[in-house]
Structure formats: structure tokens, C-alpha cells
Design a protein around this ligand. Structure first.
Ligand SMILES: [Zn+2]
Length: 242
């Protein structure tokens, strides 16, 4: 029986044994974790899926290295994958104000991803660096319906509240920042637990188990309760499990 089927059938075994890693670029990590993997450029080109939950999108950082033609080719591959029903989500995509020279191009690509996620009803995985107010404007303009998952969220309580007010289907994921950012440690208990996820992202030395442990300590929650709650959150946004 596959891991997600066990979960779908109401078994608590998965929630007790497995850690859900909602966003990772790492490969070949422990079998006991369940990961939502963001595909690399090569994986998108080869249309190679990773495990049961793959996401595909054009990362804003890639704009520094790839040509306009490459972007168009990647869009075709992503579209094919998405329309074949093989993707769990769209992304990661987003806005990064640390790369101002590409900002307009990032916005254009973000819009493309938003429209794709809406047309197929798939969650959108979002990279946001210092662009919280841009996302508030975009939500007002686009009124999305699919889940928006802000990975490695670095905003403040006000941004969480404003995003949820405009789009209640927003989620916030945390990883390394739980350890190294005092601001995020303060923010973590203020994020509604129904909108929370945890992740490894691209941190090779980070164990998802450790992140859950840190989060459970900071939230004063039992570890198994936290795991179960994040599984429930996953179930809520996961078309496969509904
Ligand atoms: Zn990432």
C-alpha cells in the first residue's frame, strides 16, 4: 500500500511515521519522509517526476542564467506535464526583489504560473523575497481560488493577516529560518496552525525531522500532534486525497 493511500484511508500510521516535507529541491533523502519536490531545469526538460508529489515552475533565480528561448521551451514542458495530470502543484515561481533587474520578467512569469494553476486547480508554490506588498496587489487583482503556498516565508504577522484576509487559501512554510531567524521564531506561533507547513527547501544538511522538533518546541506542541496537523493541512489542499 502506498504511503498516501494509507493516509487517505484514515490510517494514523503515516502521520506517525512520516514527516511531510512540503517543499524540497533535495533528492534521495530518507524513504520515511514524504516530499513535495520542485523539479530542476533538467528534470523539467526530461519531464522526470520525483516521487508522488512533483511541482514544476520557473524559479525567479533561473532568469539570471537562461535565455528567453529556454524559458519558452520550459513553459511548453511544464504545460505538457501539468495538462497530463502528473503534477501536484505549479512552482516554484515568484518575486525576488534582490534581483531587481529581472523584476518585470519575474512578474510576467508569475502571472503565467498563476493562470496555469487556476486553470488546472493546482496549488501554487511561491518564492517571495521582499515582495509582500506586490503579492497583496496581485491577489486583489487576480482573486485566486487555488491554494497559495508561500515557502520559506520571511514576512511578518501583518503580512500573514493581510494575505489571509484577501485569500484565505494561503499557506506559510518554514525551514532553516526556524533555527536562524529570531523574527521567524517570534512569527511562528502567530501563524494559524491550519495554514502552516514545514520544509527543507535546498538545505542539504537540514533534516526535516529536526525542523519538526524545533517547531514543536517553539509552538509547545506534541510532535505527533504537529505531524498529524500538517498532514491534515496537506489533505485539505491535495486534490489526490479529496
Ligand atoms: Zn525552493
Amino acid at each position: 500500500m502506498s504511503k498516501w493511500k494509507a493516509f487517505a484511508e484514515g490510517s494514523l500510521i503515516v502521520s506517525i511515521l512520516s514527516y511531510l516535507d512540503i517543499h524540497t529541491h533535495l533528492r534521495g533523502v530518507s524513504e520515511t519522509n514524504i516530499q513535495v519536490s520542485s523539479l530542476s531545469i533538467d528534470e523539467i526538460k526530461e519531464q522526470k517526476l520525483i516521487g508522488e508529489y512533483s511541482c514544476a515552475g520557473i524559479h525567479p533565480w533561473w532568469l539570471e542564467d537562461i535565455s528567453t528561448e529556454d524559458i519558452e521551451r520550459l513553459k511548453i514542458k511544464i504545460l505538457e506535464l501539468a495538462e497530463s495530470g502528473k503534477l501536484w502543484g505549479i512552482g516554484e515561481t515568484g518575486l525576488d526583489r534582490m534581483y531587481p533587474e529581472f523584476f518585470e520578467k519575474q512578474k510576467e512569469l508569475l502571472n503565467w504560473h498563476i493562470e496555469l494553476s487556476e486553470s488546472l486547480g493546482l496549488p501554487l508554490i511561491i518564492h517571495n523575497v521582499r515582495a509582500g506588498s506586490d503579492f497583496l496587489e496581485i491577489i486583489k487583482d487576480k482573486t485566486p481560488s487555488v491554494p497559495w503556498l508561500f515557502h520559506d516565508f520571511r514576512g511578518n504577522e501583518e503580512l500573514v493577516k493581510n494575505l489571509l484576509r484577501l485569500h484565505s487559501n494561503c499557506y506559510f512554510s518554514f525551514g532553516l529560518s526556524i533555527d536562524n531567524s529570531p523574527q521567524i521564531r517570534e512569527l511562528l506561533p502567530l501563524v494559524p496552525i491550519e495554514n502552516l507547513f514545514l520544509e527543507t527547501d535546498n538545505q542539504k544538511h537540514l533534516d526535516i525531522h529536526e525542523i519538526y522538533l524545533r517547531a514543536s518546541e517553539q509552538l509547545h506542541l506534541d510532535l505527533d500532534f504537529l505531524k498529524s496537523q500538517l498532514w491534515l493541512n496537506f489533505k485539505k489542499i491535495n486534490r489526490k486525497l479529496q
